[in-house]
Design a protein around this ligand. Structure first.
Ligand SMILES: [Zn+2]
Length: 435
């Protein structure tokens, strides 16, 4: 009888051993010693189980469970081994603690922009659930047409993402505010406006933008109301030059920039002698590299009776020293926002000087000693025509007339200016600004 019970006991013991897994203690222990593995979590998340009691030499397993928007960024303790969010301690030898850290998930947000504008920051890291913003800036000859992606909303130029829940990309499209030229390619040239502030005038950013807008309409033949007043005999010769200007959006080092440089200057710095306006060592403002930018200096040139001495002038490549080429305009004749100098309030001065700068040397109504390159050209660039540029008294290159008498560039002037850029003295400027 006793013998049979003993046999049964062995059988039970074998059965237990088979289902015990890693349990290698075949010797029964009447009071098994339990060890405690506790956990400690930082941030939003827990380890499961939160604590565990195991026998010495046994294996303990935990799983990390991050809260929404959090991820496991550290897991250690008890000489365990991590596999993803799982943590395994083999052969527990003593009570110990496992530490876990949960951190907010960071998402990468990217912004891409088309030609014609910039974004303040092209890549940013944002915590889960947080808001983010991108600010877009069109070039001065473009508009921000639309922004999409990441479920944001656009308010003027700011694109607001109320709650970021994943990585994504925002796309912005800028469009030129003037259409493509009909036959030619568009040429866009960056300008930098140096404001030589002597304390006696103010020139706002808006005033500068108004000037560039006016000049672009002139060069693109889009000053429609004026062009309609040109007699039918001459209107076929009105040119869209395809050339336009925008405030530089990057400085010479490639850093974002408004394209407007403001310096404190004396009145006399605007004098031509020695080009002090273009030299910081003489109280002016140094030109940006002239093979990449068109430099425009705006300063004060007035008599004691507040009459303009000098309206504007061009420092034309080939005749002015290379570091000083560009154009200068008297501040009161720059821009179209009132008050401007009476009769010179339509922005024609800059347009006229840029015409010189782009190779229209001299005027269509020159004095006898004018070095002229375009007066005798035909209006349309053809060999035979009964119209020459000198007939176009409403031309931007007419001189000694009020702004309202200058209305057009001709087709032959277009040809000359584009050649001056594409294969002439300003070729480097042209090539360095190819899209
Ligand atoms: Zn002139």
């Amino acid at each position: 009888m006793i013998r049979r019970i003993l046999v049964l006991g062995v059988a039970l013991s074998q059965l237990t051993a088979c289902s015990g897994g890693s349990d290698d203690s075949s010797v029964p222990n009447d009071t098994p010693k339990l060890l405690t593995i506790s956990t400690h979590s930082e941030g939003d998340g827990v380890l499961e189980p939160v604590s565990l009691q195991v026998g010495k030499g046994k294996t303990a397993e935990f799983v990390a469970k991050p809260g929404a928007g959090y991820e496991l960024t550290a897991l250690s303790g008890c000489a365990g081994k991590r596999t993803g969010v799982a943590y395994r301690v083999e052969r527990v030898e003593q009570s110990c603690q496992i530490q876990a850290r949960f951190s907010p998930i960071q998402y990468r947000l990217d912004a891409t922009v088309s030609q014609g504008g910039n974004v303040d920051i092209s890549t940013q890291q944002v915590e889960h659930g947080h808001a983010a913003e991108f600010v877009f800036t069109p070039n001065s000859d473009h508009i921000l047409e639309r922004v999409g992606g990441c479920n944001g909303t656009l308010t003027q130029y700011t694109y607001h993402l109320p709650e970021v829940t994943g990585p994504c990309t925002v796309n912005a499209l800028f469009l030129p505010y003037l259409p493509d030229p009909e036959v030619l390619t568009r040429i866009r040239l960056p300008v930098v406006v140096h404001v030589l502030n002597n304390g006696h005038f103010e020139l706002s950013d808006a005033q500068i933008l108004s000037q560039l807008r006016a000049t672009n309409l002139h060069f693109r033949g889009k000053n429609n109301a004026e062009i309609e007043t040109i007699p039918d005999t001459y209107s076929p010769f009105v040119a869209d030059t395809g050339i336009q200007f925008y405030l530089a959006d990057k400085d010479p080092d490639g850093q974002p920039h408004s394209g407007i440089v403001r310096v404190d200057a004396t009145t006399s710095v605007f004098a031509l002698e020695g080009y002090p306006f273009a030299r910081s060592d003489a109280g002016g403002s140094d030109a940006w590299p002239t093979d990449r930018y068109i430099n425009i200096w705006v300063g004060m040139s007035r008599t004691r009776f507040n009459e303009p001495v000098l309206g504007g002038r061009a420092h034309v490549p080939g005749s002015a020293p290379e570091p000083y080429i560009g154009v200068s305009v008297e501040q009161g004749l720059f821009g179209t926002i009132a008050p401007r100098e009476p009769n010179y309030d339509q922005g024609k001065t800059l347009t006229h000087e840029l015409g010189h700068f782009l190779g229209l040397i001299g005027h269509i109504n020159p004095p006898w000693n004018d070095q002229n390159t375009h007066r005798h050209l035909t209006c349309d660039g053809l060999a035979q025509t009964d119209c020459v540029n000198a007939d176009l008294t409403m031309n931007f290159m007419n001189t000694n007339v009020y702004d309202n008498r200058q209305k057009m560039f001709s087709l032959s002037q277009r040809q000359l200016m584009r050649a001056w850029l594409e294969s002439g003295p300003l070729q480097a400027l042209y090539l360095n600004n190819q899209p």
